[in-house]
Design a binder for this molecule. Structure first.
Ligand SMILES: C[S@@+](CC[C@H](N)C(=O)[O-])C[C@H]1O[C@@H](n2cnc3c(N)ncnc32)[C@H](O)[C@@H]1O
Length: 280
């Protein structure tokens, strides 16, 4: 498991610069569901909130505004390059009730029973050991403290990922089968599995609500959109030894997919989430 945790840390650290580069497009894609999740958490002024897998800090900044000067937000993320961007943005926004720590939230030594609430927008599906990871989050919450997060449902319910996946498969052939429970964006796609993990982690009052909301990928030049998909799509890494013709064919296939979906308002694709809340 230590090897898996290290591989995941290394993956997110390596991908960090691309996530920083594409932050605006990614934030536009996730803003509506992030707002729904924050509304569900309903942070009150003065609360201490943990933002798990906070990435470049968008939701941490929003939470910090909502808890106000008497509250505090701590963002934790395994990717140092993303946290550098989060720190820069917090300073730029003049928010001094926010701090960030580089670490694996599944094992990080938080102050026990400290936080009133924990939150995550798509940053909590990557624990090498999910029950241990959620137990670690529960222990960081005061008794009765709230956990609210949002995560993806199955890939089949998320055309934003299956359609570019099909475009890649046209060139590379069908992808290797993956373990649906392995750490990754879709590891919490099953409500039964979420319920089992959270219950085993000692969390109570678990509520798992489906939330269907198309995501906007935005507009702009086809080549920018293609690069966004290549850089950020889960598992969509072009093989390192791919020759230039294969890369060109991948770009053409993704470009055709993008153009197929283009409207005057940009590209919007189907997405399906779980909104989850529980208590320590
Ligand atoms: C899909 S991104 C979401 C980032 C951010 N929450 C947002 O909404 O923009 C997933 C984030 O989880 C972080 N992450 C993955 N595994 C983690 C772990 N075990 N502990 C803390 N952060 C982790 C990644 O580095 C990445 O920033």
């Amino acid at each position: 498991m230590a090897d898996l945790a290290e591989a995941l840390r290394s993956y997110w650290t390596d991908r960090g610069p691309a996530w920083v580069e594409h932050r605006d497009r990614l934030d536009a894609m996730l803003a509506p569901v992030g707002e729904a999740a924050i509304a569900r958490l309903h942070p009150d002024p003065g609360e201490h909130v943990l933002d798990v897998g906070c990435g470049t800090g968008t939701t941490s900044l929003e939470l910090a505004r909502l808890v106000g000067p008497s509250g505090r937000v701590a963002g934790v993320d395994v990717s140092a390059p993303m946290l550098d961007e989060a720190l820069r943005r917090a300073a730029e926004a003049g928010l001094d009730n926010i701090s960030f720590a580089v670490g694996d939230a599944g094992v990080h030594q938080f102050e026990p029973r400290h936080f009133d609430a924990a939150f995550s927008r798509m940053g909590i599906m990557f624990f090498a050991e999910p029950v241990a990871g959620f137990t670690n989050i529960r222990r960081a919450l005061r008794p009765g403290g709230r956990l609210t997060f949002v995560c993806w449902r199955t890939p089949e319910e998320n055309s934003w990922v299956t359609e570019p996946g099909q475009a890649l498969a046209e060139v590379l052939g069908p992808p290797e089968p993956v373990d649906p429970d392995a750490p990754g964006p879709f590891s919490l796609a099953s409500a039964d599995r979420i319920s089992l993990i959270l219950t085993s982690a000692g969390l109570v009052d678990i509520d798992i609500t489906p939330h269907d909301l198309p995501v906007s990928i935005g507009g702009g030049a086809t080549e920018d959109l293609v690069r966004y998909y290549i850089d950020l799509l889960p598992g969509a890494v072009i093989p390192e030894n791919a020759d230039i013709h294969v890369i060109d064919r991948i770009k053409a296939a993704l470009g055709a997919m993008v153009e197929h979906h283009r409207t005057p308002d940009g590209i919007t694709m189907g997405a399906a989430f779980w909104l989850i809340s529980a208590r320590a």
